[in-house]
Design a protein around this ligand. Structure first.
Ligand SMILES: Cc1ncc(COP(=O)(O)O)c(C=O)c1O
Length: 487
């Protein structure tokens, strides 16, 4: 007897293209409704007209491969121009260089590799470290793990910006780079880049600014007259910046930029292997094959939108952000975390009877895709122009959700709230990692099991009662209940 779920097999005879396209449509029917702006991350969508334009631009270089930049010269031209336009926005000069990557994560990973190799070759550092704010995007942790660089996490100040005094102390002879974000993902706050740049210059350590989110919105906010601290190449110690065209550049997915103050830094990123039977192999980034379409779509997005277009998109985004923030601040049980300058922010509960994760569950029941944060527990929003039309609905749903949770605080112990609460509260973080790895292995294992947050326990097997959950899970549930009562 085989009770395994049905396994996909390559059809003996290929299906008709029409049938296949229909099937694809049906698969998407349960996905979040990003076209109606129900998502708050993951998708930067400006409507079908813009999407069709990006697809047309993508299609022109659909099969072209940027692996070897000497072959498809068209792609090298597109890449160079995207880099140059970006460098100008970031106040680079004629020495600023860079490349296009497949996304923010590749840009971050490459910067780690570059500075590791630069530290080794210029300063003889064998056991490299990098000082990163606690709020650094996980891509930096990934880079640290992949490239064997020890992440030294700098704490935040009360304003949720990295504490520069702590950074100064944490920089050692082994530090190959310092990181600041503009802004960081969790709370949307810009780190004090000028101070980090100063530390970098003093200690002769390069400073990378992660502007994957901010790269194509902060410059336009500044042009609108919104006061912002300096965070780009105008800060003398800043040596490189990552900025994603596939976020606020509104390009097709699979496109980011990584620029450096000079080619003397970039050269540490390049990879060459001269003894391969397949020929001499030179590659600028992590990928081998590089998708030409993603680069042509990024170029097309920048050229067609222009300074005026991005200015207008930024104006709409920031007006929407202000309305949302004001609406949330007017709900007495909630508060915005810190003072986020741009288009993303986090909010938390200040009422002991209102679990913010339960509010998240309620919002999801009302059709919103909600991102949860931990340390502190909060909900997240990354605003795009499409959200302008749903501000009122989001805020009325949020008010309703808060009232519903306040009326029934036990909702904190149910569904997704219980699971996220437990994950955020288990003191032994190694157990969290072990359990999440287990869930992931399940998703990618032979049964390809989907994670269902509403099962109320990340360790529970399907149908497993709470009593059978492991010790860590049970302890965490007890801890949450105790914390809830204590508040
Ligand atoms: C600050 C920051 N850096 C890096 C990344 C990683 O970008 P990607 O998801 O494109 O790999 C993100 C993603 O949200 C981010 O917010």
């Amino acid at each position: 007897m085989n009770d395994k779920p049905k396994t996909a097999v390559l059809p003996e005879k290929g299906l008709g293209k029409k049938t296949v396209l229909k099937q694809l449509d049906s698969f998407a029917s349960h996905d979040p409704d990003y076209k109606k702006s129900r998502t708050w991350s993951l998708v930067y969508y400006l409507g079908d007209e813009h999407k069709d334009f990006l697809m047309a631009a993508y299609e022109k270089f659909f099969s072209a491969n940027g692996l070897n930049p000497t072959v498809f010269q068209s792609l090298k031209k597109l890449e160079t121009e995207v880099v140059q336009m970006t460098a100008a926005l970031l106040h680079g000069d004629s020495h600023t260089v860079g490349m296009m990557t497949s996304g923010g994560t590749e840009s971050c990973l490459l910067a780690v590799k570059t500075y590791r190799d630069m530290g080794r070759s210029e300063r003889g550092i064998r056991k490299p470290e990098m000082v990163i704010p606690e709020t650094a995007h996980v891509a930096w942790e990934k880079g640290a793990e992949y490239f064997g660089v020890k992440p030294v996490r700098a704490p935040l100040g009360k304003d949720f910006r990295v504490d520069t005094k702590a950074v100064e102390k944490l920089v050692s002879r082994r530090t190959v780079m310092i990181l600041g974000s503009a802004p960081e993902y969790p709370h949307g706050i810009i780190d004090p880049i000028e101070e980090l740049g100063h530390i970098g210059l003093q200690k002769k350590v390069p400073v990378h600014v992660d502007a994957c989110v901010g790269g194509y919105i902060l410059p336009f906010m500044e042009k609108m007259g919104i006061p912002l601290p300096l965070w780009d190449y105008r800060v003398p110690g800043v040596t490189s910046i990552s900025a994603d065209t596939h976020k606020y550049g509104f390009a097709a997915k699979g496109a980011s930029t990584l620029t450096y103050r000079s080619v003397d830094i970039l050269k540490h990123q390049l990879f060459v292997y001269e003894n391969w039977p397949g020929g001499i192999f030179a590659s600028p980034g992590i990928l081998g094959t590089r998708p030409g379409g993603a680069y042509s779509a990024a170029w097309a997005a920048l050229m067609s939108t222009g300074m005026d277009g991005y200015g207008e998109l930024t104006r709409i985004t920031m007006e929407t952000t202000q309305k949302l923030k004001a609406g949330i601040q007017s709900i007495p049980e909630l508060e915005i975390i810190g003072n986020p300058e741009s288009s993303l922010f986090a909010y938390r509960s200040v009422d002991k009877n209102v679990s913010i994760y339960a509010v998240g569950d309620q919002m999801e029941e009302r059709g919103w895709q909600i991102d949860r944060l931990q340390f502190p527990e909060a909900l997240h929003a990354m605003v795009t122009p499409g959200h302008a039309k749903i501000v009122g609905k989001y805020l009325s749903d949020l008010r309703e959700s808060v009232a519903r949770v306040k009326a029934d605080p036990e909702l904190a112990m149910k569904g997704g709230a219980a699971m996220y609460g437990m994950i955020a509260n288990i003191p032994l973080r190694g157990m969290v990692k072990k359990n999440v790895l287990k869930m992931f292995a399940g998703m990618y294992g032979p049964d390809a099991k989907m994670i269902d947050p509403s099962d109320g326990g990340m360790n529970a097997e399907e149908g497993e009662p709470e009593e059978k959950q492991d010790l860590a899970t049970r302890l965490a549930m007890k801890y949450i209940r105790w914390k809830q009562r204590k508040k």
